[in-house]
Design a protein around this ligand. Structure first.
Ligand SMILES: *[C@@H]1O[C@H](CO)[C@@H](O)[C@H](O)[C@H]1NC(C)=O
Ligand SMILES: *[C@@H]1O[C@H](CO)[C@@H](O)[C@H](O)[C@H]1NC(C)=O
Ligand SMILES: *[C@@H]1O[C@H](CO)[C@@H](O)[C@H](O)[C@H]1NC(C)=O
Ligand SMILES: *[C@@H]1O[C@H](CO)[C@@H](O)[C@H](O)[C@H]1NC(C)=O
Ligand SMILES: *[C@@H]1O[C@H](CO)[C@@H](O)[C@H](O)[C@H]1NC(C)=O
Ligand SMILES: *[C@@H]1O[C@H](CO)[C@@H](O)[C@H](O)[C@H]1NC(C)=O
Length: 930
């Protein structure tokens, strides 16, 4: 300070100055609080009896700090009436405001900018309004309650609340809230209690509930009723008490098997439909369930003894537990395929499908279902293979809906079928062959009948992939010639692949600067490797031989889910127009798949159009296109890039995405100077990492079925104007199998990010993405690319180098991106935690890597830590959880145990791998750049 400098020279003037300063400042600091406090003394009627004298710090219920600033007002249950002074937020040191259970009335004052405020309890009073900026800047708010204030003017849950990232409990039942529940719950990693019963909230449950830590969710008894389905509960794994009763929710009760702590589930008085999932009955901690007064169908659920349960007033098939009639069982499974729509639930009750169920007709005996007519019902979902059990079925009309997935091949076995109409849907996969007696209409399904061509010379499409019981005579010779071709294909593929790898190796480490080589998924190899599994799955009856995604789904139809909301098809003319006829000027980027263009619609909405030419890409482009559509329609998450629509124009396949104005993470990390943008701050980087972790976590475990991205890297991470990130490019996504099993798959992805076991064996689990995420973290820390041909050999492969640097405790500071400010402890500490995480994520063995949930947990607090921090304040519980960098390194090393030298040669694992994929191991070996 300048006082220090002037001290010796201007001793007297300084004293005078100090004296004046004290004179001026002291009265003001205390005067602020004393003026507010004396107002409070007059606005509260009657004031607490002990509130006498001018020393408000000694008043009952008031706590002050050393400088006589008020830190707490504790006046709960004091029978107070009156109002609060409008300038209450001048008490800038306030941490606790506790006024519950009084009869204080009038407008609430704003609490904006009370950055120390942690606890605000206002419930059971008679306040009349909440000002708009009430929650502005409450960055330390942990608990808030305003329940039971019946005279509040209608208000909405304000978005300012997102600044309160430490929020643990928000309680506003019976408080006249209107509007929808904002979709911002990924801002509150610590929120455990959300109580909003008895309001007039409308709309559906926000997606951001998914993956939250909420334990107590009270949303019951909304006046008009919350609506929509409640699938998001399935991913709220911490749920303990769920009160959704007396609303207007629809759709089926979701699978809550991940919510192992669930104790109390109140779903009564809604419009839930469908079967009660068996998994609900298996929840060990559940003791209280009400399902009363819904439209639940199927067998009456049977809970274990000790569970208090009310299932009355539903549409169950029987009055008591027991199996439904077989035709009823089948029809309910069919209804499940289209998401148990309300229109069916109203009619499909009881145990006799011939008792006048809508869309169902029976024969003259009134026993056997002969016709099912779903035409033009706006149904979306799949055609259930269970239909094959309705053996009397003569007419099946499903036309003009939004059905997706494959036409179950097993339907060809229906002996009495005469009419089968699936026209004008969104079905895909092979067209099954029905007998001559069946009138089969399937026009208007753009993806139907498109199959993988079986390599050069192979005949596409129409060759039935499994002749099965039918024409067995000509089947076998054909089969053997195909498999000979396949073996040849594998050999060729492996040779080509090794060639590519050698090529990349030269490019990477030979310091040849020109020509970058990013993507190494050779379509030929991919095709041949995936083939065995496709053949395998086609033998199970329906489907098969199509794309990976579909063949896998068709193998286990429980994996198929109802797609919500139809895709929007956009005409090629429109896309030409908005992209200025795909002008070079509009190119946003290029990849192995094609070119991405920027476009602008008439209303100013910006879009990104990804144009893939199957002529160039062969079948792979087409498969990726279909895979992407199938996946993206299923997956919606704020950290995943949304698909807005698509277009098919002869050979061209186009996808329309939301436009991400700030481009790729890659540009911001590695090319910021070319793009004339400032380098990313550490705060931005951690926040981006957390966004990515959340998006990928959703893909892995939170989406209704699990997916693996397989090509996570900075150029697939897109940024919005707020520098929040979304994960893009699901072209390589593949439906993950349940459980831990890995799928053998074609090798896709990008060198530098490939997990060792993936490169070596082609087997993929979610841990492949965790590895790639670890690499991205390293890039975020170092500002270096996963593979950098400009660097000397020992540094060109980032993972190897980074792990080596960390383990040998070589100067870590050298590894950190030069553009980052690393002066302060906090940043270094944060970096070291991310470095540690990156190390764990890139562990050699998949089982040593954490799952993405762990990454979210590690990164979450680091992002919060970066909210504006308090200036000084030593109030006893300062955060001393910070580890110094050396400590962090030490711990990390300890965690690593004995495996001290990590190198990227996998020669030991290689020996146990069958001959075919060893080419991968060899090639990966060379990535060590030694
Ligand atoms: C809160 O702080 C912001 C920025 O520091 C300021 O612009 C605003 O006027 C303050 N609001 C109130 C109500 O004091
Ligand atoms: C709440 O305030 C209203 C006036 O705003 C008054 O009429 C009513 O009696 C008060 N209720 C209670 C419980 O104090
Ligand atoms: C609840 O809110 C809806 C829509 O905001 C409104 O139409 C309705 O009148 C409200 N109901 C009550 C009882 O306030
Ligand atoms: C179950 O819920 C009902 C209604 O909410 C309540 O009365 C009852 O005490 C609860 N039972 C248990 C065991 O918690
Ligand atoms: C359909 O029939 C098969 C074989 O008879 C049986 O295994 C299956 O459970 C039936 N499916 C339904 C939904 O009834
Ligand atoms: C109804 O179906 C059963 C078995 O599917 C069959 O045995 C019976 O003959 C059918 N009844 C009529 C009237 O067609």
């Amino acid at each position: 300070m300048s006082h220090e400098d002037t001290h010796h020279h201007h001793h007297h003037r300084l004293l005078l100055l100090l004296f004046l300063t004290v004179l001026l400042l002291l009265p003001f600091t205390t005067a602020d609080d004393s003026s507010v406090m004396s107002k409070l003394l007059t606005t509260l009627t009657p004031p607490p009896s002990t509130w006498t004298g001018t020393d408000f710090c000694s008043w009952d219920g008031i706590n002050c700090d050393n400088s006589k600033r008020v830190t707490a007002i504790n006046l709960g249950s004091k029978s107070l009436t009156g109002t609060l002074p409008a300038d209450l937020n001048q008490l800038t040191q306030l941490k606790t405001l506790s006024l519950q259970k009084n009869s204080i009335s009038g407008d609430l004052p704003s609490l904006s900018n009370l950055t120390f405020l942690e606890k605000v309890l206002l419930d059971a009073n008679n306040f009349t309004s909440i000002p708009n900026n009430f929650f502005l800047g409450l960055s330390n708010l942990q608990s808030f309650s305003i329940s039971d204030n019946l005279n509040l003017a209608p208000w909405q849950i304000p978005t300012d609340l997102t600044q309160s990232s430490n929020l643990q409990s928000f309680e506003a039942s019976n408080a006249n809230i209107i509007g929808s529940i904002p979709d911002f719950f990924d801002n509150f990693p610590n929120l455990q209690s959300l109580r909003l019963s008895y309001n007039n909230l409308t709309g559906s449950l926000p997606e951001s509930f998914g993956g939250s830590e909420i334990q107590n969710l009270w949303l019951n008894n909304q006046k008009q009723g919350l609506s929509g389905d409640v699938h998001v509960l399935g991913s709220m794994t911490q749920l303990y008490q769920v009160w959704l009763q007396a609303n207007a929710f629809t759709g089926p009760v979701p699978d809550l098997s991940k919510c192992g702590n669930l104790f109390d589930l109140q779903l009564r008085d809604n419009q839930f439909t469908g079967l009660v999932p068996k998994s609900l009955m298996g929840l060990g901690n559940l003791v209280n369930v009400t399902l009363r007064n819904n439209e639940l169908q199927g067998p009456v659920p049977e809970f274990r003894t000790g569970v208090e349960v009310d299932v009355s007033s539903n549409s169950f098939c029987l009055p008591a537990p027991g199996d439904c009639d077989p035709q009823v069982t089948v029809l309910l499974e069919v209804a499940g395929g289209v998401g148990f729509p309300a229109s069916l639930a109203e009619s499909w009750k009881g145990n006799d499908a011939c008792a006048g169920w809508t869309f169902v007709s029976c024969d003259s005996s009134g026993k056997n279902v002969t016709s099912l007519n779903f035409a033009k019902q706006k149904f979306s979902g799949i055609i259930s293979p269970a239909l094959a059990n309705l053996t009397s079925l003569r007419s099946l009309t499903l036309n003009d809906n939004n059905l997706t997935g494959v036409i179950p091949k097993v339907l060809t076995t229906l002996p009495n079928l005469q009419l089968f109409d699936v026209s004008n849907n969104n079905l895909s996969g092979p067209v099954p062959e029905f007998g001559r007696s069946v009138r089969f209409s399937h026009d208007g399904n753009p993806f139907l009948g498109q199959t993988i061509a079986s390599g050069p010379g192979g005949s596409p499409g129409t060759v039935p992939s499994s002749g099965g019981s039918g024409g067995s005579g000509s089947g076998s010779p054909k089969g053997s010639s195909v498999s000979a071709g396949m073996i040849a294909g594998i050999v060729v593929g492996v040779v080509v692949f090794i060639g590519i790898v050698l090529f990349v190796f030269c490019k990477c480490c030979g310091k040849k600067r020109h020509q970058k080589f990013n993507r190494v998924d050779n379509p030929e190899i991919g095709k041949e490797l995936v083939k065995p599994s496709v053949v395998g799955s086609s033998s199970n009856g329906y489907g098969g031989g199509f794309s990976e995604l579909q063949s896998q789904s068709s193998g286990d139809h429980s994996e198929m889910h109802v797609f919500e909301g139809g895709n929007v098809t956009i005409s090629i003319q429109v896309l030409r127009q908005v992209t200025n006829n795909f002008s070079e000027d509009n190119v946003l980027g290029r990849g192995g798949f094609g070119v991405v263009y920027k476009g602008e619609l008439h209303d100013g909405t910006k879009i990104a159009v990804k144009k893939m030419e199957s002529g160039v890409m062969g079948t792979k482009g087409l498969n990726e296109f279909q895979a992407e559509i199938a996946v993206l329609t299923k997956v919606r998450h704020r950290h995943l890039v949304a698909l807005l629509g698509y277009c098919i124009d002869r050979n061209e396949r186009l996808l329309v995405y939301e436009y991400m104005p700030q481009g790729t993470l890659s540009q911001h990390l590695f090319e910021w100077s070319e793009h004339k943008t400032p380098p990313l701050s550490w705060k931005q980087r951690v926040s981006i990492a957390l966004d990515v972790a959340r998006g990928v976590e959703y893909l892995h475990s939170l989406a209704q079925s699990s997916f693996i991205h397989r090509d996570l890297k900075p150029s697939n991470i897109l940024l919005g104007d707020d520098m929040r990130a979304k994960v893009a490019d699901f072209g390589l996504v593949k439906n993950a199998p349940d459980g831990k099993y890995s799928v053998e798959t074609r090798l896709a992805g990008t060198f530098g990010y490939l997990a060792p076991e993936y490169a070596a064996t082609g087997r993929v689990t979610t841990k492949v993405d965790v590895f790639a995420f670890g690499v991205v973290l390293m890039e975020i820390i170092t500002g270096r690319k996963a593979l950098d041909e400009n660097l000397p050999d020992e540094r060109c492969h980032l993972v190897t180098w980074f792990r080596r640097v960390l383990i040998s405790k070589e100067n870590i500071l050298k590894a950190i991106d030069q553009t980052l400010e690393t002066e302060d402890e906090e940043t270094l500490d944060s970096i070291s935690k991310v470095a540690e995480l990156a190390g764990h994520c890139t562990a050699r063995e998949p089982f040593q890597r954490p799952d993405m949930g762990h990454a979210v947990n590690v990164l979450g607090p680091l992002v919060e830590q970066w909210k504006p921090s308090r200036p000084e304040e030593e109030d006893g519980y300062g955060i001393d959880l910070h580890m110094s960098l050396p400590q962090a390194l030490q711990r990390w090393q300890a965690d690593e145990g004995t495996s001290r030298t990590f190198d990227m040669s996998f020669s030991h694992t290689q020996s146990s791998i069958p001959s075919k994929p060893s080419g991968f191991a060899d090639s990966f070996d060379s990535m060590d750049c030694r």
